[in-house]
Design a protein around this ligand. Structure first.
Ligand code: ADP
Length: 388
Protein backbone atom coordinates (compact mmCIF):
# COMPACT_ATOMS: atom_id res chain seq x y z
CA UNK A 1 0.00 0.00 0.00
CA UNK A 2 1.17 3.51 -0.79
CA UNK A 3 1.42 6.19 1.79
CA UNK A 4 -0.58 9.34 0.84
CA UNK A 5 2.68 11.19 0.15
CA UNK A 6 3.87 8.49 -2.24
CA UNK A 7 0.47 8.38 -3.94
CA UNK A 8 0.73 12.11 -4.66
CA UNK A 9 3.94 11.69 -6.59
CA UNK A 10 2.93 8.70 -8.75
CA UNK A 11 0.61 8.71 -11.78
CA UNK A 12 -3.11 8.55 -11.11
CA UNK A 13 -4.65 5.19 -11.98
CA UNK A 14 -7.78 5.09 -14.14
CA UNK A 15 -9.73 1.83 -14.50
CA UNK A 16 -11.52 1.53 -17.86
CA UNK A 17 -14.36 -1.00 -18.03
CA UNK A 18 -15.66 -1.81 -21.54
CA UNK A 19 -16.57 -5.05 -23.27
CA UNK A 20 -15.11 -3.87 -26.64
CA UNK A 21 -11.33 -4.42 -26.67
CA UNK A 22 -10.82 -1.78 -29.39
CA UNK A 23 -12.42 0.86 -27.14
CA UNK A 24 -10.24 -0.17 -24.21
CA UNK A 25 -7.19 0.07 -26.41
CA UNK A 26 -7.97 3.58 -27.69
CA UNK A 27 -8.97 5.05 -24.36
CA UNK A 28 -6.12 3.55 -22.37
CA UNK A 29 -3.53 4.71 -24.92
CA UNK A 30 -4.99 8.20 -24.84
CA UNK A 31 -4.83 8.31 -21.05
CA UNK A 32 -1.32 6.84 -20.89
CA UNK A 33 -0.21 9.48 -23.37
CA UNK A 34 -1.44 12.11 -20.95
CA UNK A 35 0.36 10.87 -17.88
CA UNK A 36 -2.24 8.52 -16.39
CA UNK A 37 -1.76 4.89 -15.54
CA UNK A 38 -4.56 2.92 -17.25
CA UNK A 39 -5.93 -0.42 -16.05
CA UNK A 40 -8.62 -2.25 -18.03
CA UNK A 41 -11.47 -4.70 -17.45
CA UNK A 42 -13.65 -6.32 -20.09
CA UNK A 43 -16.80 -6.92 -18.07
CA UNK A 44 -18.72 -5.49 -15.17
CA UNK A 45 -17.77 -8.41 -12.92
CA UNK A 46 -14.08 -8.07 -13.79
CA UNK A 47 -14.38 -4.31 -13.27
CA UNK A 48 -15.67 -4.79 -9.71
CA UNK A 49 -12.86 -7.23 -8.88
CA UNK A 50 -10.11 -5.09 -10.38
CA UNK A 51 -11.42 -1.98 -8.68
CA UNK A 52 -11.20 -3.69 -5.33
CA UNK A 53 -7.69 -4.95 -6.00
CA UNK A 54 -6.17 -1.91 -7.74
CA UNK A 55 -8.12 0.86 -5.97
CA UNK A 56 -7.97 3.22 -8.96
CA UNK A 57 -8.37 6.97 -8.53
CA UNK A 58 -11.27 7.02 -11.00
CA UNK A 59 -13.32 4.55 -13.08
CA UNK A 60 -14.53 5.04 -16.66
CA UNK A 61 -17.47 2.66 -17.00
CA UNK A 62 -19.31 1.55 -20.14
CA UNK A 63 -23.10 1.25 -19.72
CA UNK A 64 -24.10 -1.41 -22.26
CA UNK A 65 -22.24 -4.61 -21.56
CA UNK A 66 -23.23 -8.28 -21.60
CA UNK A 67 -23.56 -9.88 -18.14
CA UNK A 68 -23.95 -7.18 -15.53
CA UNK A 69 -24.40 -3.82 -17.22
CA UNK A 70 -22.72 -0.56 -16.22
CA UNK A 71 -25.53 0.52 -13.87
CA UNK A 72 -25.40 -2.73 -11.91
CA UNK A 73 -21.60 -2.63 -11.87
CA UNK A 74 -21.77 0.86 -10.42
CA UNK A 75 -24.30 -0.25 -7.78
CA UNK A 76 -21.94 -3.02 -6.68
CA UNK A 77 -18.95 -0.68 -6.57
CA UNK A 78 -20.94 1.74 -4.39
CA UNK A 79 -22.13 -1.07 -2.12
CA UNK A 80 -18.54 -2.07 -1.33
CA UNK A 81 -16.88 0.07 1.36
CA UNK A 82 -13.46 -0.26 -0.26
CA UNK A 83 -14.59 1.04 -3.67
CA UNK A 84 -17.61 3.21 -2.94
CA UNK A 85 -15.66 6.49 -2.78
CA UNK A 86 -13.98 6.06 -6.17
CA UNK A 87 -15.54 8.53 -8.66
CA UNK A 88 -17.28 6.78 -11.57
CA UNK A 89 -17.80 8.40 -15.01
CA UNK A 90 -20.13 6.58 -17.40
CA UNK A 91 -19.29 6.19 -21.07
CA UNK A 92 -22.61 5.98 -22.81
CA UNK A 93 -24.01 5.88 -26.29
CA UNK A 94 -27.42 6.34 -24.74
CA UNK A 95 -28.92 9.69 -25.47
CA UNK A 96 -32.01 9.12 -23.42
CA UNK A 97 -32.15 11.53 -20.43
CA UNK A 98 -33.75 8.81 -18.27
CA UNK A 99 -30.68 6.60 -18.74
CA UNK A 100 -28.37 9.44 -17.80
CA UNK A 101 -30.43 10.04 -14.68
CA UNK A 102 -30.18 6.36 -13.80
CA UNK A 103 -26.42 6.77 -13.99
CA UNK A 104 -26.46 9.54 -11.40
CA UNK A 105 -28.92 7.64 -9.25
CA UNK A 106 -26.62 4.63 -8.98
CA UNK A 107 -23.79 6.90 -7.87
CA UNK A 108 -21.88 8.15 -10.93
CA UNK A 109 -20.41 11.65 -10.80
CA UNK A 110 -20.59 12.36 -14.55
CA UNK A 111 -20.89 10.84 -18.01
CA UNK A 112 -19.23 11.20 -21.41
CA UNK A 113 -21.01 10.31 -24.62
CA UNK A 114 -19.74 7.92 -27.25
CA UNK A 115 -18.05 8.35 -29.63
CA UNK A 116 -15.66 9.77 -27.09
CA UNK A 117 -13.95 13.10 -27.54
CA UNK A 118 -10.40 12.67 -26.16
CA UNK A 119 -10.07 16.23 -24.88
CA UNK A 120 -13.45 16.14 -23.18
CA UNK A 121 -12.65 12.83 -21.45
CA UNK A 122 -9.38 14.28 -20.12
CA UNK A 123 -11.10 17.48 -18.94
CA UNK A 124 -13.80 15.59 -17.08
CA UNK A 125 -11.33 13.15 -15.50
CA UNK A 126 -9.24 16.09 -14.41
CA UNK A 127 -12.21 17.94 -12.92
CA UNK A 128 -13.45 14.95 -10.97
CA UNK A 129 -10.03 14.02 -9.66
CA UNK A 130 -9.65 17.60 -8.38
CA UNK A 131 -13.15 17.58 -6.90
CA UNK A 132 -12.43 14.25 -5.26
CA UNK A 133 -9.16 15.54 -3.82
CA UNK A 134 -10.93 18.64 -2.53
CA UNK A 135 -13.68 16.57 -0.98
CA UNK A 136 -11.15 14.32 0.74
CA UNK A 137 -9.32 17.37 2.06
CA UNK A 138 -12.60 18.80 3.37
CA UNK A 139 -13.46 15.49 5.00
CA UNK A 140 -10.02 15.39 6.59
CA UNK A 141 -10.41 18.92 7.92
CA UNK A 142 -13.91 18.12 9.16
CA UNK A 143 -12.68 15.04 10.99
CA UNK A 144 -9.86 17.09 12.51
CA UNK A 145 -12.33 19.79 13.58
CA UNK A 146 -14.62 17.21 15.09
CA UNK A 147 -11.68 15.78 17.01
CA UNK A 148 -10.67 19.21 18.23
CA UNK A 149 -14.23 20.02 19.31
CA UNK A 150 -14.51 16.72 21.17
CA UNK A 151 -11.17 17.33 22.89
CA UNK A 152 -12.21 20.88 23.83
CA UNK A 153 -15.52 19.63 25.18
CA UNK A 154 -13.70 17.10 27.31
CA UNK A 155 -11.36 19.75 28.68
CA UNK A 156 -14.28 22.05 29.35
CA UNK A 157 -16.18 19.35 31.20
CA UNK A 158 -13.11 18.49 33.26
CA UNK A 159 -12.63 22.17 34.04
CA UNK A 160 -16.24 22.54 35.04
CA UNK A 161 -16.00 19.51 37.29
CA UNK A 162 -12.90 20.77 39.01
CA UNK A 163 -14.47 24.24 39.33
CA UNK A 164 -17.53 22.79 41.00
CA UNK A 165 -15.35 20.70 43.29
CA UNK A 166 -13.26 23.73 44.21
CA UNK A 167 -16.37 25.78 44.81
CA UNK A 168 -17.75 23.11 47.10
CA UNK A 169 -14.43 22.82 48.88
CA UNK A 170 -14.29 26.59 49.42
CA UNK A 171 -17.86 26.52 50.66
CA UNK A 172 -17.36 23.65 53.11
CA UNK A 173 -14.01 25.01 54.33
CA UNK A 174 -15.36 28.50 54.97
CA UNK A 175 -18.57 27.18 56.44
CA UNK A 176 -16.76 24.87 58.86
CA UNK A 177 -14.27 27.58 59.82
CA UNK A 178 -17.05 29.92 60.88
CA UNK A 179 -17.81 28.14 64.12
CA UNK A 180 -14.28 27.86 65.64
CA UNK A 181 -13.54 31.37 64.45
CA UNK A 182 -16.65 32.71 66.13
CA UNK A 183 -15.38 31.12 69.33
CA UNK A 184 -11.92 32.66 69.00
CA UNK A 185 -13.42 36.08 68.24
CA UNK A 186 -15.94 36.07 71.08
CA UNK A 187 -13.47 34.87 73.71
CA UNK A 188 -10.94 37.42 72.54
CA UNK A 189 -13.57 40.10 72.87
CA UNK A 190 -14.37 38.83 76.35
CA UNK A 191 -10.67 38.99 77.30
CA UNK A 192 -10.51 42.51 75.85
CA UNK A 193 -13.53 43.67 77.89
CA UNK A 194 -12.53 42.01 81.14
CA UNK A 195 -8.81 42.75 81.18
CA UNK A 196 -8.65 46.12 79.39
CA UNK A 197 -6.32 48.31 81.47
CA UNK A 198 -5.63 45.55 84.00
CA UNK A 199 -2.58 44.18 82.22
CA UNK A 200 0.22 46.29 80.82
CA UNK A 201 -0.05 48.53 77.72
CA UNK A 202 1.59 45.92 75.48
CA UNK A 203 -1.01 43.31 76.44
CA UNK A 204 -3.85 45.74 75.59
CA UNK A 205 -2.29 46.40 72.20
CA UNK A 206 -1.73 42.71 71.47
CA UNK A 207 -5.29 41.83 72.39
CA UNK A 208 -6.47 44.66 70.12
CA UNK A 209 -4.46 43.20 67.21
CA UNK A 210 -5.86 39.73 67.86
CA UNK A 211 -9.46 41.01 67.96
CA UNK A 212 -8.88 42.96 64.76
CA UNK A 213 -7.36 39.90 63.06
CA UNK A 214 -10.26 37.68 64.08
CA UNK A 215 -12.78 40.23 62.78
CA UNK A 216 -11.00 40.48 59.45
CA UNK A 217 -10.88 36.71 59.18
CA UNK A 218 -14.62 36.63 59.84
CA UNK A 219 -15.25 39.21 57.11
CA UNK A 220 -13.08 37.23 54.70
CA UNK A 221 -14.83 33.95 55.47
CA UNK A 222 -18.27 35.56 55.14
CA UNK A 223 -17.30 37.01 51.74
CA UNK A 224 -15.83 33.70 50.58
CA UNK A 225 -19.01 31.94 51.65
CA UNK A 226 -21.12 34.46 49.76
CA UNK A 227 -18.88 34.02 46.71
CA UNK A 228 -19.13 30.24 46.65
CA UNK A 229 -22.87 30.37 47.38
CA UNK A 230 -23.49 32.06 43.99
CA UNK A 231 -22.81 28.69 42.37
CA UNK A 232 -23.74 26.23 45.10
CA UNK A 233 -26.83 27.87 46.62
CA UNK A 234 -28.38 29.40 43.52
CA UNK A 235 -32.15 29.89 43.40
CA UNK A 236 -34.27 29.81 40.25
CA UNK A 237 -34.99 33.19 38.66
CA UNK A 238 -38.26 34.81 39.68
CA UNK A 239 -39.84 38.25 39.09
CA UNK A 240 -37.86 40.60 41.36
CA UNK A 241 -38.86 44.17 42.11
CA UNK A 242 -35.62 46.16 41.87
CA UNK A 243 -37.10 49.19 43.66
CA UNK A 244 -37.86 47.10 46.76
CA UNK A 245 -34.47 45.36 46.44
CA UNK A 246 -32.55 48.65 46.28
CA UNK A 247 -34.58 50.15 49.14
CA UNK A 248 -33.71 47.12 51.21
CA UNK A 249 -29.98 47.51 50.37
CA UNK A 250 -30.22 51.17 51.44
CA UNK A 251 -31.85 50.07 54.69
CA UNK A 252 -29.17 47.42 55.30
CA UNK A 253 -26.47 50.07 54.87
CA UNK A 254 -28.20 52.72 57.00
CA UNK A 255 -25.38 52.85 59.57
CA UNK A 256 -22.69 53.45 56.93
CA UNK A 257 -24.96 55.96 55.19
CA UNK A 258 -25.58 57.89 58.41
CA UNK A 259 -21.93 57.81 59.49
CA UNK A 260 -20.67 59.10 56.15
CA UNK A 261 -23.49 61.63 55.66
CA UNK A 262 -24.22 59.97 52.30
CA UNK A 263 -27.15 60.99 50.11
CA UNK A 264 -28.48 57.94 48.26
CA UNK A 265 -31.18 58.36 45.60
CA UNK A 266 -32.70 56.15 42.95
CA UNK A 267 -34.75 56.50 39.80
CA UNK A 268 -37.67 54.24 38.86
CA UNK A 269 -36.44 50.65 38.59
CA UNK A 270 -37.94 47.68 36.72
CA UNK A 271 -39.06 44.23 37.77
CA UNK A 272 -36.61 41.67 36.38
CA UNK A 273 -36.32 37.91 36.35
CA UNK A 274 -33.57 37.27 38.89
CA UNK A 275 -32.35 35.43 41.95
CA UNK A 276 -33.68 37.96 44.51
CA UNK A 277 -31.13 37.47 47.32
CA UNK A 278 -28.27 37.58 44.81
CA UNK A 279 -29.56 40.79 43.26
CA UNK A 280 -29.85 42.30 46.75
CA UNK A 281 -26.25 41.29 47.44
CA UNK A 282 -25.16 42.90 44.16
CA UNK A 283 -26.80 46.25 45.00
CA UNK A 284 -25.47 46.09 48.57
CA UNK A 285 -21.90 45.57 47.37
CA UNK A 286 -22.00 48.33 44.77
CA UNK A 287 -23.70 50.75 47.13
CA UNK A 288 -21.34 49.79 49.97
CA UNK A 289 -18.30 50.47 47.74
CA UNK A 290 -19.77 53.78 46.53
CA UNK A 291 -19.96 54.91 50.16
CA UNK A 292 -16.67 53.34 51.26
CA UNK A 293 -14.50 54.76 48.47
CA UNK A 294 -15.64 58.32 49.06
CA UNK A 295 -13.51 61.41 48.56
CA UNK A 296 -13.46 64.46 50.77
CA UNK A 297 -17.10 65.36 50.01
CA UNK A 298 -19.97 63.40 51.60
CA UNK A 299 -20.96 60.57 49.23
CA UNK A 300 -23.72 61.15 46.68
CA UNK A 301 -24.94 57.94 45.12
CA UNK A 302 -27.63 57.53 42.48
CA UNK A 303 -29.00 54.23 41.18
CA UNK A 304 -31.06 54.04 38.00
CA UNK A 305 -31.80 51.78 35.05
CA UNK A 306 -32.61 52.13 31.38
CA UNK A 307 -33.90 49.68 28.82
CA UNK A 308 -30.99 48.26 26.80
CA UNK A 309 -31.20 45.83 23.92
CA UNK A 310 -32.63 42.62 25.21
CA UNK A 311 -32.93 43.76 28.83
CA UNK A 312 -31.97 46.43 31.36
CA UNK A 313 -28.80 48.36 32.03
CA UNK A 314 -28.40 49.48 35.66
CA UNK A 315 -26.04 52.21 36.82
CA UNK A 316 -24.68 52.95 40.30
CA UNK A 317 -23.06 56.40 40.22
CA UNK A 318 -20.90 57.94 42.94
CA UNK A 319 -18.82 61.05 43.51
CA UNK A 320 -15.99 59.11 45.16
CA UNK A 321 -12.25 58.73 44.58
CA UNK A 322 -12.65 57.20 41.11
CA UNK A 323 -10.48 54.56 39.42
CA UNK A 324 -7.72 54.86 36.80
CA UNK A 325 -8.59 53.10 33.50
CA UNK A 326 -5.71 50.61 33.80
CA UNK A 327 -7.53 49.02 36.76
CA UNK A 328 -10.98 48.73 35.14
CA UNK A 329 -10.63 44.96 34.55
CA UNK A 330 -8.46 44.09 37.52
CA UNK A 331 -10.90 45.26 40.18
CA UNK A 332 -13.36 42.52 39.17
CA UNK A 333 -10.78 39.79 39.85
CA UNK A 334 -10.91 37.89 43.14
CA UNK A 335 -8.75 39.43 45.92
CA UNK A 336 -7.63 42.37 43.77
CA UNK A 337 -7.62 45.60 45.76
CA UNK A 338 -6.15 48.95 44.85
CA UNK A 339 -5.68 50.15 48.41
CA UNK A 340 -3.90 49.13 51.58
CA UNK A 341 -6.06 47.81 54.39
CA UNK A 342 -5.25 50.87 56.50
CA UNK A 343 -6.77 53.20 53.90
CA UNK A 344 -9.96 51.28 53.17
CA UNK A 345 -11.05 48.05 54.86
CA UNK A 346 -12.08 45.19 52.60
CA UNK A 347 -11.38 41.69 51.35
CA UNK A 348 -11.16 42.22 47.59
CA UNK A 349 -14.04 39.80 47.02
CA UNK A 350 -16.95 42.27 46.60
CA UNK A 351 -16.65 43.07 42.90
CA UNK A 352 -15.65 39.51 41.93
CA UNK A 353 -18.86 38.44 43.65
CA UNK A 354 -20.82 41.11 41.72
CA UNK A 355 -19.36 39.84 38.45
CA UNK A 356 -20.23 36.25 39.28
CA UNK A 357 -23.82 37.21 40.14
CA UNK A 358 -24.27 39.32 36.99
CA UNK A 359 -22.79 36.59 34.77
CA UNK A 360 -25.03 33.96 36.32
CA UNK A 361 -27.92 36.15 35.19
CA UNK A 362 -26.47 36.30 31.64
CA UNK A 363 -25.38 39.95 31.95
CA UNK A 364 -22.14 41.91 31.98
CA UNK A 365 -20.64 44.37 34.47
CA UNK A 366 -18.12 47.16 33.93
CA UNK A 367 -16.98 50.48 35.32
CA UNK A 368 -16.63 53.94 33.82
CA UNK A 369 -14.47 56.27 35.86
CA UNK A 370 -11.37 58.41 36.22
CA UNK A 371 -9.41 59.31 39.35
CA UNK A 372 -11.18 61.92 41.56
CA UNK A 373 -14.11 62.12 39.17
CA UNK A 374 -16.39 59.50 40.72
CA UNK A 375 -17.33 56.14 39.21
CA UNK A 376 -20.28 54.62 37.42
CA UNK A 377 -20.65 50.86 37.82
CA UNK A 378 -22.96 49.51 35.13
CA UNK A 379 -24.39 46.03 34.72
CA UNK A 380 -26.96 44.44 32.45
CA UNK A 381 -29.72 41.95 33.23
CA UNK A 382 -31.18 40.35 30.10
CA UNK A 383 -34.94 40.13 29.68
CA UNK A 384 -36.27 36.66 30.36
CA UNK A 385 -39.69 35.08 30.29
CA UNK A 386 -41.07 33.69 33.48
CA UNK A 387 -40.13 30.07 33.97
CA UNK A 388 -37.09 30.28 31.64
P1 ADP B 1 -12.96 45.63 48.48
O1 ADP B 1 -14.07 46.63 48.49
O2 ADP B 1 -13.09 44.59 49.50
O3 ADP B 1 -11.62 46.24 48.40
P2 ADP B 1 -13.98 45.02 45.87
O4 ADP B 1 -13.81 43.78 45.08
O5 ADP B 1 -15.35 45.42 46.26
O6 ADP B 1 -13.07 44.79 47.14
O7 ADP B 1 -13.31 46.20 45.09
C1 ADP B 1 -12.02 46.04 44.51
C2 ADP B 1 -11.32 47.38 44.39
O8 ADP B 1 -12.00 48.19 43.44
C3 ADP B 1 -11.36 48.18 45.67
O9 ADP B 1 -10.29 47.82 46.52
C4 ADP B 1 -11.24 49.61 45.15
O10 ADP B 1 -9.90 49.92 44.91
C5 ADP B 1 -11.95 49.55 43.81
N1 ADP B 1 -13.33 50.08 43.90
C6 ADP B 1 -14.47 49.37 44.02
N2 ADP B 1 -15.56 50.17 44.03
C7 ADP B 1 -15.10 51.43 43.91
C8 ADP B 1 -15.72 52.73 43.86
N3 ADP B 1 -17.04 52.87 43.92
N4 ADP B 1 -14.93 53.81 43.71
C9 ADP B 1 -13.58 53.66 43.64
N5 ADP B 1 -12.95 52.49 43.69
C10 ADP B 1 -13.67 51.39 43.82
Amino acid sequence: MHTPEAAESIAKTILIVDDVPANLEVVSRHLENHGYHAVVAQSGQEGVERAERVRPNLILLDVLMPGIDGFETCRRLKANTSTRDIPVIFMTALTDAADKLTGFEVGAVDYVTKPLDGAEVLARIDTHLSLYALRRELERQNAQLRQEIAARKQTQEALQRSNTELEQLAYVASHDMQEPLRMVASYLQLVAQRYQGKLDADADEFIGFAVDGAKRMQALINDMLAYSRVGTKARPFAPTDCEATVDMAIFDLRVAIAESGARVTRGPLPVVMADGPQLAQLFRNLLGNAIKFRGTEPPQVHIDAEAADGGWCFAVRDNGIGIAPEYFDRIFVLFQRLHARREYAGTGIGLALCKKIVERHGGRIWVESSPSAGSVFRFTIPRRDEGS
